[in-house]
Design a protein around this ligand. Structure first.
Ligand code: OGA
Ligand code: NI
Length: 333
């Protein structure tokens, strides 16, 4: 008998056309015209889809295949590249290891496992030698071809992230190259996720991903065909952000909201996998250099307005956020 699904009140989502689909083919060719639509989406809903993003579907398929292969390994095998073994937040975290909604209802952590792949810096790199947090080598599972596929996707997403950031700069009334000085050694992370299907009574005590905003600057997400991603509209209603073939979902994180003094919105979202199948997704978090100053951009302060946030750095901001949602990191700190 199929398992029944019983969603607690407030966990359903509605279909609304508020998340725009933006064709970024011009951007990739150096024409900044899409920046206007991107800016509007960032101000209004904080989420948009991009199409014609230039990442081959065939590569995306191979990344999923690799992710599936890893997550299907026995726990003892995955344990060898567990995040607890990393000094710089890389590797596998088990189900419940991340809790994206710790302040509210979630006690058990998210019903998902994942794998963090960052900028692969050797131990001899000056920043690693200096002990800079979040900098260092990746942990690579012992699976043939795995590293090559992930690294290829990672490298392309770094470039795509830079292109989108150029559009953000234009949309904010800045030079296209405004953010470039802060992209020296960007802190970019590919974090494949696996969500088991959720059945029975589902409450906010445990969701696939608890309601959260992303920590960083911008997120580029590919989701498989399962669905389950929900985005909170300004009126508080949860809107479904279904997978749309040929697109990536882009959203603003807290760091960008802070940098823009709230002009761009970092919007709450969550995942509930009620598809009855295993769900995989590929979030890519694009963050600038550790030392990038995150303080109100010159174009984001209206006359008479005060900055809403204290200045910080990209690195400090990320450390604060990771500490709040990863148990192992709190124990280490
Ligand atoms: C995240 C996230 C959405 C998804 O990892 O921050 O919101 O579809 N993921 O997995
Ligand atoms: Ni998120």
């Amino acid at each position: 008998m199929p398992d029944t699904i019983n969603l607690a009140p407030g966990l359903a989502s509605i279909a609304l056309d508020t998340i725009p689909i933006i064709d970024i083919a011009p951007l990739l060719a150096g024409d900044m015209a899409p920046a206007a639509a991107i800016g509007q989406a960032c101000r209004e809903i904080g989420f948009f889809y991009i199409k014609n993003h230039g990442i081959p579907q065939e590569l995306i398929n191979r990344v999923y295949e690799s992710a599936r292969r890893f997550f299907a390994l026995p726990a003892e095998e995955k344990e060898k590249s567990a995040i607890e073994h990393s000094a710089c937040h890389r590797g596998w975290f088990r189900i419940g290891g991340e809790n994206l909604d710790p302040a509210k209802q979630q006690q058990a952590g998210d019903l998902k496992e994942g794998f963090k792949i960052g900028r692969d810096l050797p131990l001899t790199h000056p920043r690693v030698q200096a002990g800079l947090p979040l900098h260092g080598p990746n942990l690579w599972p012992d699976l043939p071809g795995w590293r090559t596929v992930m690294q290829d996707y990672y490298d392309r997403l770094v470039e795509l992230g830079k292109t989108i950031l150029g559009a953000f700069a234009i949309a904010l009334g800045l030079e296209k190259t405004y953010f470039e000085p802060w992209l020296g050694i960007p802190m970019t992370t590919l974090g494949p996720l696996h969500y088991p299907p959720q059945t029975g009574r589902i409450t906010e005590a445990q969701l696939g991903a608890g309601a959260h905003t992303d920590y960083g600057c911008l997120t580029l997400l590919h989701q498989d065909s399962s669905g389950g991603l929900q985005v909170q509209g300004l009126d508080g209603r949860w809107i479904s952000a279904p997978p749309i073939p040929g697109t990536l979902v882009v959203n603003i994180g807290d760091m960008m909201e802070r940098w823009t003094n709230g002009v761009f919105r970092s919007t709450p979202h969550r995942v509930i996998n009620i598809s009855g199948q295993e769900r995989y997704s590929l979030p890519f978090f694009f963050d600038p250099d550790f030392y990038a100053p995150v303080e109100c951009l010159p174009t984001c302060l209206q006359p008479g307005e005060m900055p809403k946030y204290q200045p910080t750095t990209a690195g400090q901001h990320l450390l604060d956020m990771i500490n709040a949602s990863f148990k192992y990191h709190q124990e280490k700190a």
